[in-house]
Design a protein around this ligand. Structure first.
Ligand code: HEM
Ligand code: HEM
Length: 181
């Protein structure tokens, strides 16, 4: 059957934009909460928010991948040269990989270091990793370098989305935007 849909399905769009907004907030908060010039109480609340929202994001990303697996996007093809198609595929794959690596490495860094994740502690969820300084240090380095990588991919991704929306004026951006009546 020919693919005729002009938009990603509603749940896919809802999850994309929720995830995008949360990730775009998580990155600056992640850096700011480590800065000495930011007041201690503000840093503490940023830490609590970053850890707990990060765990919620992990659940959202699992949900997004499960949904995508059951409902693979079948969209009306847009004229693109093969290199652009490949670049988009590679960027999306890289984003999904990093969207898993970021919260998982954050979780391991915190739990292996013996620190709380308030939301999980409140429901009595046990740590899924052993207490280990070596593991915590490895996860901390992974979180930092994967953080740089996700910033680079987000910049490429948002740049490409805006290029399609504002310069090429093709249907790519519209696919992820709420359908107009
Ligand atoms: C998509 C989810 C996440 C994103 C995009 C993200 C992003 C970042 C970024 C950019 C930093 C600053 C760079 C660094 O020092 O690593 C950071 C730091 C940090 N993040 Fe995350 N994070 C996420 C999830 C989590 C989760 C789930 C936890 C813990 C439960 C967590 C715990 C931390 C901690 C403890 C730091 C400070 C690292 C240190 O000890 O120096 N993050 N995060
Ligand atoms: C202002 C910010 C953003 C804009 C304008 C935007 C726009 C778009 C658009 C138009 C698509 C559809 C591309 C296509 O049909 O080929 C898309 C897909 C996607 N976006 Fe974004 N995005 C933004 C932020 C983000 C962020 C922060 C992330 C994650 C870190 C992200 C992850 C993804 C992923 C993984 C896909 C692939 C969807 C799929 O096919 O499963 N986006 N985005």
């Amino acid at each position: 059957m020919e693919d005729t849909a002009t938009h990603y399905k509603g749940p896919a769009r809802l999850m994309h934009w929720t995830m995008a907004l949360l990730v775009l907030a998580m990155v600056p908060v992640g850096f700011l909460m480590l800065e000495d010039w930011v007041s201690r109480p503000l840093r503490n609340s940023m830490f609590v928010t970053h850890k707990n929202v990060g765990v919620l994001l992990l659940l959202l990303i699992f949900a997004r991948l499960a949904y995508r697996w059951r409902n693979p996007p079948r969209l009306k093809p847009v004229e693109l040269d093969p290199m652009q198609k490949l670049a988009a595929k590679a960027t999306h794959f890289g984003l999904y990989a990093l969207l898993l690596i970021m919260p998982l490495s954050g979780y391991i860094r915190v739990r292996a270091g013996g620190f709380p994740i308030e939301m999980l502690d409140a429901i009595g969820a046990p740590s899924l990793v052993p207490r280990s300084d070596a593991l915590a240090a490895f996860a901390k380095a992974t979180h930092l370098y994967a953080g740089y990588a996700i910033i680079a991919l987000i910049a490429m991704h948002v740049g490409a989305a805006l290029f399609h929306a504002l310069v090429k004026k093709d249907d790519i951006f519209e696919r992820m935007w709420p359908a107009r009546a």
